[in-house]
Design a protein around this ligand. Structure first.
Ligand code: MLC
Length: 497
């Protein structure tokens, strides 16, 4: 095989791991220097190598945030191994699908989470790997990698509801991080509080990579905990925070004086992964004295569009295309729409993924003349700011997690007594949207559908954020003459207060 060596992620990370060896890098159970992070990564790479892991192998990782997650990610990128993060909230059905699709050499999990890994999977325990790594020398083992080599497969559902592995190359991750480091002025003097999950590109590509390349100091938490977020901020005094809108809604509950003190130390709050309501941006500005910088990205493309750091951060808008990212707003025939009119966003640039893992047809369908079709509808203002208008496909965004109704609908129709199901997003002040299911009973089914049993089945097979908040039994689903379900005509669901 031909190699086209380039400066890949390991070289970029070495800007901190080597050049800032003695500086404080991470606050986890204690503080770690970049030199210690480097040594841990070297030992982990040697431990994986000793287990026979080699370039091109896939490693699925089903873990919460921890320093061990960082060890594994760094080790994988050094060995040219393809890192496959699995959402820790995924359950049997979702995990099984990823394992079958990615065909990994191993799936790594720990004592707390391993019980969710299906029987028969090549499960490796993190506790064992950490023990083995501790016995390995800290010699650096870095395979030469091509910048176009895959660094990760990030599973995303696409409009079909079948979860597909978006192939993210070293180059895509690298340009993404370099872009936002310069556009958002991230420097080694910054202090990043990272509470986002590392299994998504927001936490991994923006959080972890910017930390490692800029050489700033990071406090990592296992997850975002709204009851402790203010305490962490007051204690750590971050200058940088990346969050999803749900986190900002939660942070509005922080007592005024504490919010003001947090705001005084902070340099930049960034929001993404779901639309940030303008009223949240305004309320946050009043409480913290900061205008949240909203930006737009996707697993397949990483970051595309961002409000400017220096210029106007426009409420409700996702801003302007990032440098090196070409954006087009097109009508269904592929013609550009005028400013002020709604079109679908298409994106091109080195940030864009290189296709879906082992799915040539889905990969081809994702692009039009070399432009990635985002499925997001937007309007561009006369001065170039984009504002999202919704989705061309069916997608529910809840707390920054993507939910494809089709996946839940298919699961529900496999359950006893259910003939048909429709799942739609209902607006929610905290999470943006939550899923609700409308179900039709199978002809001849005796009695009512057992909604409690449906919920229990969902709970054991699907991630918690996908579980419908309500199951509404209806006689039939509203359909067009062509048989398409008209979700906007489903009987409204009202939350019990
Ligand atoms: C959420 N839960 C978790 C969890 N996150 N459990 C374990 N680990 C985690 N990391 C579960 C809780 O157990 C609970 O389940 C439910 O989610 C809600 O939890 P909560 O404590 O009430 O949290 P809340 O304050 O509402 O905040 C939710 C949240 C979560 C913000 C922490 O939604 C979240 O982490 N969102 C981030 C999603 C993300 O990173 N998206 C990026 C995609 S990349 P139960 O069973 O009790 O309901 C992308 C590209 C881009 O989109 O542009 O960025």
């Amino acid at each position: 095989m031909l190699h086209w060596p380039s400066l890949t992620l390991p070289e970029l990370f070495d800007l901190s791991l080597i050049l800032r060896r003695g500086e404080c890098a991470l606050e986890w159970d204690r503080t770690y220097t970049f030199g210690e992070i480097d040594a841990r990564a070297s030992q982990m790479a040697n431990a994986l190598y000793a287990r026979g892991i080699a370039a091109g192998d896939r490693l699925c990782v089903y873990l919460s945030n921890s320093i061990a997650y960082i060890d594994l990610f760094l080790a994988a990128t050094r060995l040219g191994v393809i890192f496959v993060p699995v959402n820790i909230l995924y359950r049997d059905r979702e995990i099984r699908h990823i394992l079958e699709d990615a065909d990994p050499a191993a799936v790594i999990s720990d004592e707390a989470n391993a019980p969710h890994i299906p029987d028969g999977a090549p499960l490796w325990r993190m506790e064992d790997l950490l023990r083995e790594a501790a016995e390995q020398p800290a010699t650096r083992r870095i395979s030469v990698t091509d910048g176009d080599a895959p660094a990760a497969l990030v599973y995303t559902s696409g409009t079909t509801g079948v979860s597909k592995g978006a192939i993210i190359t070293h180059n895509a991750f690298a340009v993404n991080a370099l872009n936002i480091i310069s556009c958002w002025q991230i420097q080694s003097t910054d202090r990043l509080l990272l509470t986002l999950p590392l299994f998504h590109v927001h936490g991994l590509g923006n959080g972890l990579h910017c930390w490692l390349i800029s050489g700033c100091r990071m406090r990592l938490t296992e997850r975002f905990d709204h009851a402790r977020a203010a305490e962490w901020m007051l204690d750590f005094e971050p200058t940088l925070f990346f969050g999803v809108p749900t986190m900002y809604v939660r942070l509005l509950d922080v007592e005024e004086d504490a919010a003001r003190r947090i705001g005084e130390r902070m340099r930049l709050f960034v929001s993404g992964s779901a639309p940030l309501p303008s009223q949240v941006l305004e309320a946050f500005r009043n409480r913290y004295g900061h205008t949240i910088l909203e930006r737009y990205g996707m697993s397949e493309t990483l970051m595309n569009i961002s409000n400017p750091y220096v210029g106007e951060r426009r409420p409700g808008s996702i801003g302007l295309p990032l440098p090196g990212v070409s954006v087009r707003n097109l009508d269904p025939d592929g013609n550009p729409v005028n400013d002020g009119e709604t079109g679908e966003l298409y994106v091109r640039g080195s940030n864009v993924f290189s296709g879906y893992w082992r799915r040539p047809e889905a990969s081809a369908a994702a692009f039009r003349d070399g432009w990635f079709r985002t499925g997001d509808l937007a309007v561009r203002s006369a001065d170039g700011y984009y504002t999202l208008q919704g989705r061309a496909g069916d997608l529910i965004l809840s707390g920054g997690f993507n939910i494809y109704p089709r996946e839940i609908e298919e699961f529900l129709t496999e359950q006893p007594g259910v003939a048909e199901a429709a799942v739609a997003g209902v607006s929610d002040p905290l999470r943006g949207e939550v899923p609700v299911a409308w179900v039709v009973a199978r002809v001849g089914t005796v009695g009512e559908i057992d909604c409690d049993a449906l919920e229990t089945a969902c709970r054991s097979h699907l991630a918690s954020f996908k579980i419908p908040r309500a199951f509404i039994v209806v006689d039939k689903l509203p359909r067009t003459a062509l048989g398409k379900i008209q979700k906007h005509l489903l009987p409204p669901w009202k939350r019990e207060s």
